[in-house]
Design a protein around this ligand. Structure first.
Ligand SMILES: C[S@@+](CC[C@H](N)C(=O)[O-])C[C@H]1O[C@@H](n2cnc3c(N)ncnc32)[C@H](O)[C@@H]1O
Length: 390
């Protein structure tokens, strides 16, 4: 990830920069801590840069929840920042590559692109956690008339895949850098012919982080066309047993189990386990039903705003409700006194979302964009409004 390690500097010089440079909108300072945020509008995207004020150096990098996929874009913004306020660089990895053409945005999809799901492709497949992307690229090359939606939570893997798509001249892949457990809810019912989940992280110590869960299977069945398949491959005995239990908990689902079944392309990950002679389990579920469309007509706006000085009274401890939680995290006050930002995580326990709530004198909104439109997030949103008294 691009970063800039610089000698400590007086960050108030950024306020002047925000006044005269359209790329930088405002600076916000953590109320009790050493972090500052710089709100960036690159022309293509809006995101935050994080400035960690450490004793001997300041570390600048893109803030995780608002991070964009295009590394070159982040580097350009950081380089512009470095030059504009003459930062003294200790080390960095933001040199721009002249030879690298920008990756066309048509491959990168954000959550907002799924609000009005629209594609000319009649056939769609989804791959969850594609890692190095070997299986996804193979599938996309083989099935040119199918759209392949790759969902990967790890940003560098998503960036690597984007490069590969470009190099291979493929145009039937969309890359989404998000939690697949949430993104599935944005896909239309009965739209996909396959969902691949190959070698998900077993999370033996934190099972709530697993991709496969009863809600995920239910969502997959909704998204799959009648006759479409959900395919899980795992080398983990433990995960296999767990998946059997999850799939088995559905009365109407029948699934097929195969051991050490060969597939046409072996990912780097799978190759490693094969070399160690580990068993590979394949679980396939076929969707038998035609499902109704789901209601996603939820309004995540705020009608009123709060006074920033009241943000310190908002509880910091996670608050648990029936099936969901709300947690208000760090608070940042804008140096121009025009508003503040509150980090907020919420939603179901196994599929939480983290956003900033951006507060100005007369408005309040989630950034970088509204939560995934589902019932649990909406319940959490209503609770957030209640807790903020708006
Ligand atoms: C063990 S790797 C397997 C990668 C690839 N499928 C393969 O077979 O080589 C698991 C991948 O799933 C991704 N992942 C984990 N949880 C995820 C989630 N909730 N949504 C999307 N991707 C996820 C990880 O970042 C990682 O790249």
């Amino acid at each position: 990830m691009p970063h800039l390690k610089v000698k400590p500097f007086d960050t108030t010089i950024l306020d002047e920069l925000c006044k005269k440079d359209d790329m930088f909108i405002y600076r916000a300072v953590e109320s009790k801590g050493y972090r500052e945020l710089l709100y960036v509008d690159s022309g293509k995207n809006r995101f935050l840069l994080d400035i960690f004020k450490r004793e001997n150096d300041y570390l600048i990098k893109s803030e995780a929840t608002t991070r964009v996929l295009d590394i070159e874009e982040i580097k350009k913004v950081m380089k512009h920042l470095q030059d504009s306020v003459s930062l003294e660089v200790i080390n960095s990895n933001i040199s721009l590559s002249e030879r690298k053409p920008p990756i066309p945005s048509k491959y990168k999809k954000s959550i907002e692109d799924f609000e009005q799901f629209d594609t000319p492709y009649k056939k769609i497949a989804v791959e969850v956690g594609f890692g190095s992307g070997r299986h996804l690229l193979y599938q996309a090359e083989k099935e040119r008339d199918r759209l392949h939606i790759g969902i990967e939570i790890h940003t560098p893997s998503a960036q690597q895949l984007l490069k590969q798509i470009h190099l291979r001249g493929l145009d039937n892949i969309w890359v989404v850098n998000y939690d697949a457990r949430l993104l599935m809810e944005m896909l239309p019912s009965n739209s996909c012919e396959a969902i691949f989940v190959h070698f998900p992280v077993p999370w033996d110590k934190k099972p709530h982080r697993r991709v496969i869960s009863a809600p995920f299977v239910k969502e997959s069945m909704r998204v799959l066309k009648q006759g479409g398949i959900l395919e899980l491959r795992t080398d983990s005995e433990n995960y296999y047993q767990y998946a059997l239990e999850v799939f088995g908990s559905f009365e109407k689902i029948s699934f097929k189990v195969e051991k050490n079944r060969d597939i046409e392309v072996v990912s780097k990950y799978e190759a490693r386990w094969r070399n160690q002679n580990k068993n590979i389990y394949n679980l396939t579920v076929e969707s038998e039903n035609i499902d109704d469309d789901i209601d996603r007509d939820f309004d995540f706006s705020f009608q009123k705003s709060i006074n920033c000085k009241d943000m310190y009274d908002i509880p910091s401890k996670s608050i648990l409700y029936d099936g969901y939680f709300v947690h208000f995290g760090k608070r940042f006050i804008r140096s121009d006194n025009e508003g503040c930002l509150i980090e907020c995580s919420f939603g179901s326990f196994d599929r939480p979302e983290t956003k900033f709530i951006e507060i100005s004198k007369d408005s309040m909104k989630y950034m970088p964009f509204a939560p995934i439109r589902n019932k649990t997030a909406y319940k959490a949103h209503k609770k957030i409004k209640e807790l903020l008294n708006v």
